[in-house]
Design a protein around this ligand. Structure first.
Ligand code: GRG
Length: 327
């Protein structure tokens, strides 16, 4: 049986994707607009626009669904992926060559810039009285996402970081955009300050769980299903939860093994398998799974101040869907 959440996600995806493809007509210069269209044409999971629309309804739903804001958050998310792929030298995104791999880095930089501006231009179409507050929310969040990305890159050259530093970095890099989707949706749906705060905290917790899962999937996922290269985090010396937890929990022999296994690049499938076995042995994989479950449970509790409604039930069901994600 299709749940109300599945039906809701399918309809928001179809609507958002149709509008995304209409946003940019074919025009010159093709070296700018073709890669922008390319990045928008391949749909991702579209979780952030779906959450924005759900939160608008759960917080009050007194206004029309804020579709332009939902489009804006997906366009801005897509922009972050284009720039992230440049910075991480990734070849595959959403199952296709990344923009910089298909064209080149300069093309990808500019296409990303164009997408960010396109996102803002969508926000400018919202109800005029709400535009300044929404712009303020988006700008504050986007700057924090940049901070998170800066930390992520900075940590690549550090031998070790604390788990606290890890959580701070993912809260900004990933949690902040989920929190923004939920807070902006709540505000645009006519929610009061309490509803906006509750949903912002729900989004931040979903984002934390989501990034921990991303760290797991980078190692344990199936390349075809996740649509990007497996093991790329280790290849780039990313400080994921797994490597951070393992470094703090391994005994000296395991630490030596880990250092030897991660020192030589590129990583072979054999070395990747040995690293996964080590992450099991240090308890890092089960610690990640426990943290994901706890974060999702805390997100469920964050919904408590909201009035009972079908949208609130779907926000709770969304947590179960996230818990079982494989891509
Ligand atoms: C100015 C906002 C801004 C950003 C510039 C590049 C950058 C700084 C930040 C990148 C942040 C980033 C890429 C975080 C990773 C978040 C993440 C887990 C993305 C994957 O999201 P999915 O799985 O992707 O929802 P799909 O493809 O489904 O849309």
């Amino acid at each position: 049986m299709i749940s109300t959440l599945d039906a809701r996600l399918a309809s928001s995806r179809a609507l958002v994707q149709e509008r995304l493809e209409q946003l940019l007509p074919r025009r010159d210069p093709a070296t700018l607009y073709d890669p922008m269209r390319y990045a928008l044409a391949q749909p991702g999971k579209q979780l952030r626009p779906a959450l924005l629309l759900l939160c608008a309804e759960a917080a009050g739903g007194r206004r029309e669904p804020p579709l332009d804001a939902a489009l804006a958050i997906e366009v801005i998310h897509t922009f972050t992926l284009v720039h992230d792929d440049i910075m991480d030298h990734d070849l595959l995104r959403r199952g296709r060559p990344t923009v910089q791999h298909r064209w080149d880095e300069n093309v990808a930089l500019l296409a990303g810039d164009g997408l960010l501006v396109l996102g803002y231009s969508l926000l400018a179409r919202l109800e005029p009285g709400l535009v300044p507050e929404v712009m303020r929310l988006f700008s504050a969040a986007i700057l924090e996402i940049c901070e998170g990305q800066a930390l992520d890159k900075e940590f690549e050259t550090r031998a070790e970081i604390s788990l606290e530093e890890y959580y701070g970095m993912i809260g900004k890099k990933t949690g902040r955009l989920f929190a923004l989707a939920c807070a902006a949706g709540a505000l645009l749906g006519g929610g009061d300050a309490g509803a906006v705060a509750a949903l912002e905290s729900y989004g931040a917790l979903v984002g934390r769980a989501f990034q921990l899962q991303d760290d797991l999937l980078d190692l344990l996922g199936d390349e075809k299903t996740i649509g990007k290269d497996v093991g790329s985090d280790l290849e780039e010396n990313k400080k994921t939860f797994l490597i951070t937890h393992a470094r703090h929990n391994a005994h000296p022999g395991q630490l030596e093994q880990l250092a030897a296994l991660t020192a030589v690049k590129p990583l072979t499938p054999e070395r990747l398998a040995a690293i996964i076995a080590l992450f099991h042995a240090t308890g890092s994989i089960s610690a990640a799974r426990t943290d994901i479950a706890r974060s999702l449970e805390a997100a469920r509790q964050a919904l408590a101040p909201l009035p009972q409604s079908p949208a609130r039930e779907d926000l709770a069901a969304f947590l179960d869907a996230i818990a079982g994600r494989t891509f």
